[in-house]
Design a binder for this molecule. Sequence first.
Ligand SMILES: *Cc1c(COP(=O)(O)O)cnc(C)c1O
Length: 420
Amino acid sequence: MTDSSVMFGFDLTRVENTRAARKTKMHTFKKSFTQQMPISESAIASAVEVMRTGRLHRYNTVNGELSEADLLDKQFAKYLGVTYCLSCASGGYALYIALLCAGVKQGDAVLCNAFTLAPVPGAINNAGGEPVLLETTEDLTIDLDDLANKIAQSGAKVLLLSHMRGHIADMDAVMAICEHGGVALIEDCAHTMGADWNGKKSGTFGLVSCFSTQTYKHINSGEGGFLVTNNDEVMAKSIIYSGSYMLFDQHPTLPPIETFKDIAKGTPNFSGRMDNLRAAILRPQLAALDAQCERWNQLYRAMEKALSIVNGIRLTQRHANEHFVGSSIQFSLPDFSPEQCAKFVIRCAARGVSVKWVGDSQPSGYSSKYNHWEYLEGFAPLPNTERVLACLIDMRIPLTFDESDADSIAQVISEVLETL
Ligand SMILES: *Cc1c(COP(=O)(O)O)cnc(C)c1O
């Protein structure tokens, strides 16, 4: 089934490409939507320095020095204003151990967004939990009434809240609902590194929060992630889970040593450490993060302005308290059928504008549709999520774009919409 639909997809694209070429009057866009900024020379220099020492493993230190991974833990904890940070092998790994630290056991219900990315239900599955999917609002945050109802119905004690595509739910309301229901919050901040809600940084609300430093996120080490918390026991367990052996006391953001009393020998090692090479290229990027986020927001505002005058588009709205990072933009095509949405994506691609249709019935690329993850079962119907995702379009905003690109992209989108 998958093979034939993939082939069908290719054929369609070729037909569309030919058609687009014939209509020479139409605009095309030339830049890549998946091209990252290069790693800075200072980051390259510090990576080379680490390689010269040969000591790439985070615990391979001499004379009490702090390794690059140690320095990164300290730097990110300070950036966020939290007590503890543990750099990890990936964001998905950090989510997995965060769930275990929050007490998730085999068969436990775990609340999470229906609109998210595969590593989120994947982490719950890895921890033995059963995802309870939450409805999605028009503006792509979790539905808070559904949260309250499903806490009551499922008896779940953990909410894994994904700030998906950087959209932040009303965090004051989320916290109140969680406290009332005795639910621990884990934040998935893969898309909100550098963002805040009403002046409080994303990732400082939960019992534990996780970030990703994978290439498509806000700082780039290929693979990587952070787990942050203010809780002694969560940090002690995370350090042991991540594979510290009996070297846990080397950590620069270390809970009181007595916290490890039963934890050090009673917690398995799942080997998910960050190494010094990645840490070395992340530290200069972290120092430049706020400036990068500001640049993203300039590009976002230019894109938003250009798209706001295109007929047929509804831009996702943002709450005034939400200080997001505009590394991607979402809009919907409420008047268009699934067939038209499919054509929209193909015709945009033929003109160099790469967008994702979230509501596609077939999984492709970085699919974010919950029913594409067939191992998930037994969840209630999600009519609002279905309606919202059915006509939702997602577009990356790489830092390699300029503000003037926004008009060219909006021009292509507008022309394509007229052909539907
Ligand atoms: C990227 C991502 C993650 C986890 O990322 P890794 O690739 O495992 O580092 C988690 N949640 C969301 C929403 C993501 O986009």
